[in-house]
Design a protein around this ligand. Sequence first.
Ligand SMILES: NC(=O)C1=CN([C@@H]2O[C@H](COP(=O)(O)OP(=O)(O)OC[C@H]3O[C@@H](n4cnc5c(N)ncnc54)[C@H](OP(=O)(O)O)[C@@H]3O)[C@@H](O)[C@H]2O)C=CC1
Ligand SMILES: O=C1O[C@H](COP(=O)(O)O)[C@@H](O)[C@H](O)[C@H]1O
Length: 500
Amino acid sequence: MTVVPAGGRAPGRAARRAYGVIVMATTTRARRATIRPCAQPTVFVLFGATGDLARRMVLPAFMTLALERLLPDDWVLIGNGRGDLTHEDFRDHVREALDKFGPHPDKRAWRDFERRLLFAGHGFDKHDPGRLLDVIGEARERVGDDAQLVHYLAVPPVTFAGITEALGAHGLAEGARVVYEKPFGTSPASFRTLNRTVRSVLDEEQVYRIDHFLGKEATQNLHVLRFANELFGAAWHRDHIESVQIDVPETLGITDRAAFYDATGAVLDMLVTHLFQVAAEVTMEPPASLGATDLQAAREKVIRSFRPLDPAEVVLGQFTGYRDEPGVAARSRTDTFVAARLWIDNPRWRGVPFLLRTGKRLAVSEERVSLVLRTPHGPFGELPGQANVISFSLSGSGEIDVRLLAKKPGVELYVEPADARLPLAQLPDAAPLPPYVRLIHDILLGDRSLFTRPDGLSAVWKVAQPLLDNRPRPQPYPQGSWGPPQARRLAAPRKWLVGQ
Ligand SMILES: NC(=O)C1=CN([C@@H]2O[C@H](COP(=O)(O)OP(=O)(O)OC[C@H]3O[C@@H](n4cnc5c(N)ncnc54)[C@H](OP(=O)(O)O)[C@@H]3O)[C@@H](O)[C@H]2O)C=CC1
Ligand SMILES: O=C1O[C@H](COP(=O)(O)O)[C@@H](O)[C@H](O)[C@H]1O
């Protein structure tokens, strides 16, 4: 996204390409951000359309795109699943999802939306395409044979390879874009096998490996703040930063995703996926340009300098009561919490600990990246530690915060921590996009800059390998807490900033 400040110049072409979707209309009275709609007729196949992700994120994102008039005139969304839903049943399902998670269209918008929803049941594999080929045929009759085909795999990762092979076997791969949810693989070996399968059916340009944390407004501000502001850019180095925290505690449990979650756990669900990608955004070297390829390359390159995780520097936890959740194995050892210390072996970050933490059923929900600056030795004597912090909230529309030490006004010289906050939604004419809206829009337009590449993911799995080979036993922790006490010790002598 490109924001043009009052009186500011329009962004260069490279920046416009990188952020692609927002074209600023600058008038003196009002500057409105308008987004380029996708023009090409589209058939969007949503595998896993009755699942949690589809209900909470993908279907609401589609409705938002429709309300914002960002979809082409001609489009159809086909839900796919193993069940036998009629088109009507599926429309009811989508309606319920929107009632719960929004947005809430008026009658007219809903009528226009629902008539474009179809369902193709009876599963989809290479031996049996279920109803999908017939329903795609039905969709093409409506929107034309030249419609682009987008397949979105909102299904558990174990099914990615089978669906990919089936796309190839049934002639649905050619010219299509295929979106893979995370995690792309569940181990170094399964990543390699999956990648080989995918590349045997698709060209890399057709592949969109989504990590929705890269689509969050504040995540994109990580590099904007740094590369566009000398104040921050100059500090972005081990000489000034003493530690970094990437902290995503959740009050949310596993909802009704037991089958997926019990086979996945926090390390795969969050740590080696979202938290690593955010760490790469924080630590990448300046890209050669803001073009899609350069940005992607810079993000992926730094992951190669992540030091393989030492299991002794990782704490796993499991909330009490997890094993009683319906669908969870009675003796499950799945991690619902992980805290890890990560090191980055390059000249910019050597010796700076990166503290990463996430977990289910914790005390609060927050998504925060904090760069803690070193404490200066100056005329003040001893200053409090962790009191000068550049921090980003990744939740919602995002926020940039700076904690600094200031003299409290008054006769005495009291130096106290104070916070300056910049909620991004309050920027003039801000038009924040939820991550799934933005990323699906990018997919429709063919912009891959915010999607991951196999070289970066291959490095991710190398970093994860020692932990996967030698998992510490998950420690129990009470629901509503901050996880196992060992996680506090992992941060020592520092403290976790969230929850202080
Ligand atoms: N939920 C979330 O908050 C997020 C999830 N993700 C990712 O999205 C993907 C899906 O997650 P989520 O929706 O939570 O998972 P779900 O467990 O809800 O599964 C989604 C759907 O996949 C289908 N499915 C499940 N198992 C199989 C199987 N063995 N073979 C074929 N189809 C199957 C089911 O549909 P049916 O029974 O109709 O066939 C199910 O409804 C995962 O990769 C996850 O990491 C990413 C970001 C957030
Ligand atoms: O990918 C996932 O992300 C969500 C958290 O993302 P948010 O944008 O909803 O905050 C997490 O709850 C889920 O377990 C995981 O699969």
